[in-house]
Design a protein around this ligand. Structure first.
Ligand code: ZN
Ligand code: FE
Length: 262
């Protein structure tokens, strides 16, 4: 388990299953504690007893089992509320506090903003709390989620919304996919110095069996191939290399399709 300090809350990061992360957000000024995307209940219960935390809420970014399977047992154990997208309520087990997309919610002293980030699924939301972003399977370290339900245009617009957050925003995604993502990035974005540096650093991090997450929005904009189309110079270069005349969305689409078969 790893711990990150923010001004008004603490984030505890639990690695579970093959490559999932569950987060526990602990409000410093109240007894509120939110569990984000519990794939499982047992590791959360164990961590909470060590930390002497009683979860008050679950925040689900989307309905996939590896983000919600822990809901049932956590609700039974702690009688906690389940906060998720009201438009996806039928797919979120034990949802009790449905919220609208792009709305605000205050729990204890946590001011939580929900952002619609459809694409991976139609119903996926991200949570922003101050300078922390919990984005489920939308933005990953060096990558982005697969499109199971949404269109390329939807995913591109979702990623753009996340890219508009301040550069120093730390983002906590739900999987440790960074290194394989960066290997693809290296092939798509040759002679990107920031990317090379990141590959070196993140490779060392993983060798020490430490997480590469959280990353920051600023670093992703410089090194994540799925955000790089925001930079017109990248789009120009991509078009030159591939003999195409794509706009940013088309470059994103092309990259996302190539990644599926890469
Ligand atoms: Zn998912
Ligand atoms: Fe997932």
């Amino acid at each position: 388990m790893w711990t990150y300090q923010h001004q008004s809350f603490i984030v505890h990061q639990l690695p579970v299953l093959r490559d999932n992360y569950i987060y526990i957000i602990q409000d410093r000024h109240s007894s509120v504690a939110c569990v984000v995307d519990p794939a499982l209940a047992a590791p959360v219960i164990k961590a909470c007893s060590q930390l002497k935390i009683t979860p008050t809420h679950i925040l689900n970014t989307h309905h996939h089992w590896d983000h919600t399977d822990g809901n049932e047992e956590l609700v039974q154990t702690y009688q906690c509320e389940v906060v998720a997208n009201q438009d996806d309520a039928s797919r979120i087990p034990h949802i009790s506090q449905p919220i609208a997309v792009n709305s605000a919610l205050t729990l204890g002293h946590l001011n939580i903003q929900s952002i619609e980030v459809y694409g991976h699924t139609l119903g996926h939301i991200a949570f922003v709390i101050d300078d922390a972003l919990f984005c489920g399977d939308t933005l990953f370290g060096g990558g982005c989620g697969r499109l199971f339900e949404g269109s390329f245009a939807q995913m591109w617009s979702s990623l753009q919304k996340l890219a508009e957050l301040p550069n120093e925003t730390r983002f906590y995604c739900a999987h440790e996919y960074t290194l394989p993502n960066l290997r693809f990035a290296r092939d798509m974005d040759k002679d990107n110095a920031a990317l090379k540096q990141r590959i070196k650093r993140d490779t060392q991090t993983r060798m020490k069996q430490q997480p590469t997450i959280p990353s920051t929005i600023g670093l992703e904009k410089k090194t994540n191939p799925f955000l790089r189309p925001l930079n017109p110079r990248f789009v120009d270069k991509y078009n030159q290399e591939n003999n195409t005349t794509f706009n940013a969305l088309q470059v994103f689409t092309h990259l996302r399709e190539r990644k599926n078969t890469w």
